[in-house]
Design a protein around this ligand. Structure first.
Ligand code: PEP
Ligand code: MG
Length: 747
């Protein structure tokens, strides 16, 4: 049975539909809508405020307030009741507006005679667009039915605004997705890129928010929900016994898909005149605004699941797939909420840049972007709602900034910056073949870090002397199941072929912590970075370690082989791993397989404890490589993935440099070759200081080799060492200011 409320609401939407269908300018449409709502609700005032920029709302149309205040009255986000509605994304309904906290009346509007106020946000999928307000002289708040009706109208207005129905003069009525936007995120991988947006998951466009036939819309919704339930059940069957996280997400999907409340709310919206798609989107919008306000990460994840599920349902209803047939634009910059490593690799090097709404520096996507040297900005809030396929975009990975649809002046300044970087690269190319010999001092060996076959061509183009760190886990991360030994042996063999006699340091599998294999049972650990990871996993589950060691030995076949064990915290871990390696070598020998010509076995020093291991340990290692990323996080007790703290402590902090000096001294004592392979080795000033502290081998991203070599070749390490020692002696916390002064004096 259709209630009065439902039929009233449907009549309002029906009239709204007619008003919107008539051809008119945007302003005329807004004026008509305010008139219509005021008449239908039976209230003297109805006003529409729209954002003119991310911080300012503007009165764009009104029935009942003074007409001369239109486009004149403005308020900031959070200011007055209208600003509060926009900020909190929640309605305010009161019979006594002046008594509300934050109330501020705008004298030019003549609103002082109206006591009752109802404001609801005009928003769409987390994007704030404006506020719809009704006011009256009564001293009572609006009824629940009025609130509901106004909310539904606001939802329709948001849909129509998205489709460009209210375009007119001035910033507040600018066409959507046309104006320049700058978004600030975090740096995931440095570098700059200019290109065009390629949406990983194009948005579903709801073209008709109204329904003429509620029964037909209800049946469309129910059919789609049934299909959704079946598909979720099928997905769940597909991961039976598999990955726990994936199962948990799907269980949450199933719970939502079967939620009676969710379906009931959508059915009620349809009964009040919305189309099935609009009803789904209304729920989705509500979930998104809740998502922004939920501090608990677990609950937020669940709301994300509901968001994903709504997207699936919308795709079922509209028939719009993820593949919209949109062509890959020229110079594509991938824009996504988040993306898995396999999907990212599938796009490969064609991408000029990547912008993610979420993500973390240690996420798999970031690891892959880094390996592919593609500029990446993470945590770019709102990018997926703002960007459209094909939009012009600038990605500044160094600053973590994105310019969407930039003004020409911004684009040209950006191009200048890129041109300078290219010029610098050309300068570096000219020193590609010369050694990194410092002024009157030693030559520093510069190696590169790699992890994918695709990295190997950089060995020639960068001028690296070898691969100082080959992160073997990337091959495991991008697969859906454990690779076989023969596959790995073939891959490692190709790596050695491509290195063409240059030294490659293979680091055995470093998984756990941030690097969780999709096909391995995830461990629920309170502190994964301090947990079951790297060599700890290898030693507790030696099957995988031994398989990898066999593959490496087989790949070498008469060639030199260099293997490094990650995250060694005490000597016996290294000795046991080494025993496995020698055992496998012996086994291969017995089988009559060709053995490596030479074998070097090293350890990564990533925990402070290893720096204080016995002299015998240092003697037993063929080489030591400092994994500065991990070592620094443990030294300062500052999580390398936590944006709040990861940049808090300077690498050139006196304590850390003195600790590195200690490691240099330990290795000197036993003549153990030492290198540094964390990200800091690729930062020229840091690299220079490491060299001054006694490091003679540095391993870094290929793109860093030129800048590091350029600076090393111009510098006198003995002089710099004096500067560092003076700064240390004078009680400085970091030697950076003194080093920078010295560098400036050098010109
Ligand atoms: C390090 O910790 O410095 C390192 C090189 O290893 P990863 O970054 O892969 O942990
Ligand atoms: Mg590490």
């Amino acid at each position: 049975m259709v209630s009065d409320v439902q039929s009233g609401s449907r009549r309002l939407l029906g009239r709204l539909k007619l008003a919107l269908e008539e051809p008119a300018e945007g302003q005329e449409r807004l004026d008509r809508i305010t008139r219509l709502i005021a008449a239908e609700i039976g209230t003297p005032v109805c006003s529409i405020y729209l954002f003119r920029d991310s911080d300012t709302l503007e009165l764009c149309a009104t029935e009942g307030l003074k007409p001369e205040s239109v486009h004149q009255t403005r308020m900031r986000l959070g200011e007055g009741l209208v600003g509060r509605v926009a900020l909190s994304a929640k309605p305010i309904n009161t019979g006594n507006a002046p008594a509300e906290p934050g109330f501020r009346y705008m004298p030019e509007t003549g609103e002082e005679i109206y006591s009752a106020f109802l404001g609801v946000p005009i928003q769409r999928l987390g994007e704030r667009m404006g506020v719809l307000v009704v006011q009256s002289k009564d001293r009572t708040a609006y009824s629940e039915d009025d609130v509901y009706a106004i909310e539904v109208v606001a939802m329709v207005l948001a849909e129509m605004a998205e489709l460009g129905a209210f375009v007119g003069e001035g910033a507040a009525m600018a066409a959507p997705h046309k104006h320049p936007v700058m978004l600030r995120g975090n740096c995931g991988q440095d570098g700059a890129a200019e290109g065009n947006v390629l949406l990983h998951e194009p948005r579903v466009v709801v073209t008709n928010p109204f329904s003429d036939d509620a029964e037909a819309e209800l049946s469309r919704l129910r059919t789609a929900v049934d299909q959704l339930r079946v598909s979720v059940d099928e997905m769940l069957m597909g991961v039976e016994g598999g990955d726990k996280d994936q199962r948990e997400v799907l269980e949450a999907y199933r719970m939502f898909a079967n939620s009676k409340g969710w379906l009931r709310r959508m059915e009620a919206d349809i009964n009040r005149g919305l189309s099935a798609e609009a009803a789904v989107e209304k729920e989705q919008t509500a979930a998104r605004s809740r998502m922004e306000q939920v501090p608990d990460p677990y609950l937020r994840e669940r709301l994300h699941d509901l968001d994903d599920l709504s997207n699936r349902l919308l795709r079922l209803l509209t028939g719009q797939g993820t593949d919209t047939g949109a062509e890959m634009p020229q110079d594509p910059v991938l824009v996504a909420r988040n993306i898995g490593p396999g999907e990212l690799l599938a796009y490969g090097r064609a991408l000029r840049g990547i912008v993610l709404e979420e993500g973390s520096v240690g996420s798999h996507a970031a690891v892959i972007a880094r390996a592919l040297a593609i500029p990446l900005v993470i945590n770019a809030e709102r990018i997926t709602t703002e960007a459209l396929n094909g939009d012009h975009i600038l990605v500044d990975g160094d600053q973590g900034i994105v310019h969407l649809r930039p003004e020409e002046t911004v684009a040209s300044a950006f191009r200048d910056k890129m041109a300078m970087a290219t010029k610098a690269q050309e300068r570096y190319a000219s020193i590609r073949r010369v050694p990194a010999t410092t002024v009157y001092g030693p030559t520093i060996r510069l190696d590169m870090n790699a992890g994918l076959m695709a990295d190997l061509p950089s060995l020639r183009s960068s001028g690296a002397e070898g691969v100082g760190l080959f992160r073997t886990e990337l091959q495991f991360l991008v697969r859906t199941k454990f690779p076989r030994r023969s596959e790995l042996a073939a891959l490692y063999s190709r790596v050695l072929d491509a290195a063409n006699g240059k030294r490659v340091v293979f680091r055995t599998l470093d998984i756990g912590s941030d690097k969780v294999l999709p096909y391995m049972k995830p461990q629920d650990e309170p502190n994964p970075a301090l947990g079951w990871r790297a060599i700890r996993v290898g030693l507790d589950k030696p099957g995988v370690l031994r398989m990898q060691l066999q593959a490496l030995i087989r790949a070498a076949r008469g060639r030199p082989l260099t293997i490094m064990f990650p995250f060694v915290a005490q000597a016996d871990e290294f000795h046991t791993a080494k025993k496995y390696l020698l055992g496998e070598l012996e086994r291969e020998r017995r089988f009559g397989h060709p053995l490596p010509r030479t074998l070097e076995i090293g350890a990564m020093l990533e925990t402070p404890s290893l720096a204080f291991a016995s002299k015998q340990f240092f003697e037993s290692a063929d080489f030591i490589s400092v994994g500065g990323n991990d070592l620094k996080q443990f030294f300062f007790a500052a999580d390398r993935e936590n944006e709040r703290v990861r940049r808090r402590y300077d690498t050139l902090n006196v304590s850390f440099l003195t600790f590195l000096e200690w490691i240099v001294m330990r290795c000197k004592e036993t003549r153990t070759p030492l290198s540094f392979c964390g990200e800091d080795a690729g930062r020229p000033v840091e690299a220079l200081c490491f060299a001054a502290m006694g490091f003679r081998t540095l391993s870094m991203r290929p793109a860093s080799i030129g800048p590091v070599k350029h600076l090393l070749r111009r510098s006198n390490l003995a002089e710099l060492r004096e500067v560092i020692d003076e700064a240390r002696a004078s009680g400085q916390q970091s030697v950076r200011p003194a080093v920078m002064d010295w560098l400036h004096q050098q010109g």
